[in-house]
Design a protein around this ligand. Structure first.
Ligand code: ZN
Length: 139
């Protein structure tokens, strides 16, 4: 069995963003030379997500609105977590809802997606360097 590991780095200039990382994961898969197996892709931070969905701007706008309704960033004083001096309690909650990781089957050297599936990095507390782990195992 082969094993491959790579960290993808991001430094999002805004507090929140959704970034399509599918092509970067495909590059990892090519580099790994693995043809059959699994790829795990996870955010290495507790205020960011990795998830799979459609690359459609309206949908991303809907996510942003829905997440802000669920856990608004302001006022930051409404969260106990922010008593620590941080201001990112909302980002922890958004991350929990949007998920930590995804697993994608690798078949014949390709990410074995369903229709319209794309992999996204969801940033909820940006303006600093953060990482995504790509781990691929198989043959
Ligand atoms: Zn925090």
């Amino acid at each position: 069995m082969k094993s491959y590991r790579k960290e993808l780095w991001f430094n999002v200039p805004s507090r929140r963003a959704f970034i399509n990382i599918t092509s970067q994961v495909q590059e990892c898969l090519l580099e790994s030379r693995i043809k059959e197996g699994f790829a795990l892709i996870n955010a290495m931070h507790i205020t960011a997500s990795v998830f799979i969905n459609d690359d459609e701007r309206g949908l991303h706008h809907d996510y942003e609105k829905w997440l802000e309704k669920l856990a608004p960033h302001e006022p930051v004083g409404q969260y106990r977590h922010n008593d620590t001096g941080e201001d990112n309690a909302d980002a922890h909650i958004k991350r929990q809802v949007m998920g930590r990781d995804v697993v994608v089957a690798v078949t014949e050297g390709k990410l074995d997606f369903g229709p319209w599936e794309q992999i996204f990095y969801g940033e909820f507390d940006g303006k600093r360097k953060k990482r995504v782990l790509v781990k691929i195992i198989g043959e």
